[in-house]
Design a binder for this molecule. Structure first.
Ligand code: IFM
Length: 385
């Protein structure tokens, strides 16, 4: 027995609706995808194949599954609720519970309905009330869900929106270089609070999930690091004070010098997204989050690596989990670990960066668990590394 995790620790895999479902035609991104290198199309057809996905998660030995509800399906036209889609997502919640899986449900993961975007999206004065109405609509189908994520990576959303406005379409850490839209950040914070209010009335525990980019100061650049991190990350973490939990999502680090973010150094080991291969990201992010949010339980809602070499996925994840465990030993209250991602899915404009524990044939949609999936399942069963 190696490094043991606490009893009841959740072990799971994560996904998001748009990246795996396919044909999310009423969403804002569907039309915009023609400007991106690749489209989502049928994605992994998980809209139809979700029972197979849940069976996979269970059979691997994992105990939790994170999936998203797509607002554009629930409310494809403003004010018109699709009962069929509500019933679909209820079946998914029940599908998890029947299989003994803990559902972790995300209400907003980057994409919004096209009508919402056309009305000004998160920059509109009515955004918060529209989001609140959507949350109220989905309350009945969340019965039995003990982890509800309101908005995924609001910090990336605000940064990417600003980057898109300036004509850049790259996301991820590259998008993070853009100065974030602070008015939108305020609106997202208000929307999160409105959602939590609604969820609280139904006795549901909720939080939001923050992209932790591990901004690290170069020598003498601590003040610059703090100034850089505040609008891009720390204000979103601080806004989770008093929440039922906070989601930590970490992949890599970004070094900050006197003039801001520095590129990945020449010769550094990189992943398929171009990010530095840095498994220490998870432990660092958890420590940073625990310091800023004492008393708020942490759920690792995403961590993983884009690689075509599955042995590298195991190497990365093993090191990330060791860092996580060390942070927990030093006092961080972490309740579970959800690997990003269950499937090789649509990475916002490209199918090339493969984050999945499970590969998906793009023609037949056949799933094939990689050795890393079995390895993580073994860790989960042993509850130890
Ligand atoms: O695929 C994304 C996910 O949608 C949000 N967090 C980062 C992942 C990898 O880029």
């Amino acid at each position: 027995m190696g490094i043991a995790f606490p009893e009841g620790f959740l072990w799971g895999a994560a996904s998001s609706a748009h990246q795996i479902e396919g044909n999310n035609v009423a969403s804002d991104l569907w039309g915009l995808e023609s400007r991106l290198p690749e489209r989502s199309g049928d994605a992994c057809d998980s809209y139809h194949r979700w029972p197979e996905d849940l069976d996979l998660v269970r059979d691997l030995g994992l105990s939790a599954y994170r999936f998203g509800i797509e607002w554009a399906r629930i409310e494809p036209v403003e004010g018109e609720v699709s009962r069929a889609h509500l019933a679909h997502y209820r079946r998914m919640v029940e599908g998890c519970l029947e299989r003994g899986l803990t559902p972790v449900v995300t209400l907003h993961h980057f994409t919004s309905p096209l009508w919402f975007q056309r009305e000004g999206g998160w920059r509109s004065g009515t955004a918060v009330e529209r989001f609140r109405r959507y949350v109220r609509t989905v309350l009945p189908i969340l019965d039995g869900v003990s982890w509800v994520c309101t908005i995924n990576e609001p910090n990336m959303l605000a940064m990417m929106a600003e980057a898109m406005r300036n004509g850049h379409h790259e996301g991820g850490v590259a998008g993070a270089m853009a100065a974030p839209d602070q008015a939108m950040a305020d609106t997202l914070t208000d929307a999160h609070r409105a959602a939590r209010e609604e969820l609280g009335t139904a006795g549901l525990r909720s939080g939001w999930t923050i992209a932790n980019q591990n901004f690290q100061a170069e020598d003498g650049a601590q003040a610059e690091r703090d100034a850089w991190a505040w609008p891009r990350e720390d204000r979103f973490l601080d806004a989770a004070s008093g929440d039922d939990f906070v989601g930590v999502q970490a992949y890599t680090r970004v070094r900050i010098g006197r003039d801001g973010a520095l590129p990945v150094p020449d010769g550094a080991r990189r992943t398929l997204t171009g990010w530095e291969f840095y498994p220490g990201a998870l432990g660092d992010a958890v420590r940073h989050t625990a310091r800023r949010l004492p008393g708020v339980p942490i759920l690792v809602t995403e961590n993983g690596v884009a690689t075509g070499d599955d042995a590298e996925r195991v190497e990365y994840t093993r090191a990330a989990l060791a860092g996580l465990h060390a942070a927990m030993a030093d006092g961080a209250d972490v309740r579970g670990y959800l690997h990003w991602s269950l499937l090789d899915n649509y990475e916002w404009g490209s199918w090339a960066p493969t984050f999945g524990l499970v590969s998906v044939d793009r023609e037949t949609f056949a799933r094939d668990a990689k050795p890393s999936a079995r390895w993580l399942g073994d860790v989960a069963r042993a509850n130890a590394l």
